[in-house]
Design a protein around this ligand. Sequence first.
Ligand code: SF4
Ligand code: MG
Length: 326
Amino acid sequence: AEKVLDVVDLETHFISDGKVVKAVDGVSFHLYKGETLGIVGESGSGKSVTSLSVMQLLRNTPGKIVGGTIQFGTLDIAHASDKQMRKIRGNQISMIFQEPMTSLNPVYKIGRQLTEGIILHKNVSKKEATQRAQQMLEKVGIPRAKQILNEYPHQLSGGMRQRVMIAMAMACDPEILIADEPTTALDVTIQAQILELMNELRETSQTSILMITHDLGVVAEMCDRVVVMYAGQIVEEAPIEALFARPKHPYTQGLLASIPKLGEEVEELTSISGTVPTPETMPSGCRFEPRCPYAMARCKEQNPVLKADEDGRVYRCWLQEEGSHE
Ligand code: SF4
Ligand code: MG
């Protein structure tokens, strides 16, 4: 399969109070054409910072990519200029967020917001862009599309705004759609509809989706493969069936034991006691050690590397060398 994105050894640091926070600490993953890859983890795992790094959206934050590469075609996004990124963002790579109001401008009508990107990236007339905008609204299942073009974001329901944002993100046929908790703020029925819509769009347009979420219900609905992040690092990577059938990393096992029902709002993962380490409490060995039911002496000393075991399962844990633990 063709790789549309190849992230190697990404390091994104934040400077806060003169201290360095390694939000993303040596993360590697790739995305194939037409697949949905899930990046899963609790708040503070580094999953959102990873997605913002891929979009080079750290400019207005204290965050900075300090290492690694993000290969997209012939371009390394980690080292791309603002000018190069403006051509790509919203065109070849789009992003949708949890709260549409943060990416929709409250003072502009929906039509203007949709056509701006189309005119900018596709070099078409305003009339053609408006036609395309209306088509996109129809495609994402918005009734009275023509009328909605003349309305403001606040006149729409949360579910409708999320559809508008997806229409905006998909309007230029992006190769990659990054979705950061896209349905967390929506009620269960709407959430299911939005996920189904994203699946349909992926099938018809062969867009690759990077799905950032803490919700394993969403992962089960959407993803082909999953990367599990913990404290800025990947701890397991697996095809969806394998991950759910036989999670390997103790953290993944804990996540699955606490799997929320689709639509249930669970930010804390209750079956794993303890919390994600802060920079001050970052263990020098395995980062999951303080919460791990299998922790051994060496886990305190050294952080294991992410690698494949003899069955080809990829995870970061000393138990790989101790035999089975299931
Ligand atoms: Fe648990 Fe040790 Fe594996 Fe870390 S390396 S997940 S502490 S068993
Ligand atoms: Mg987040």
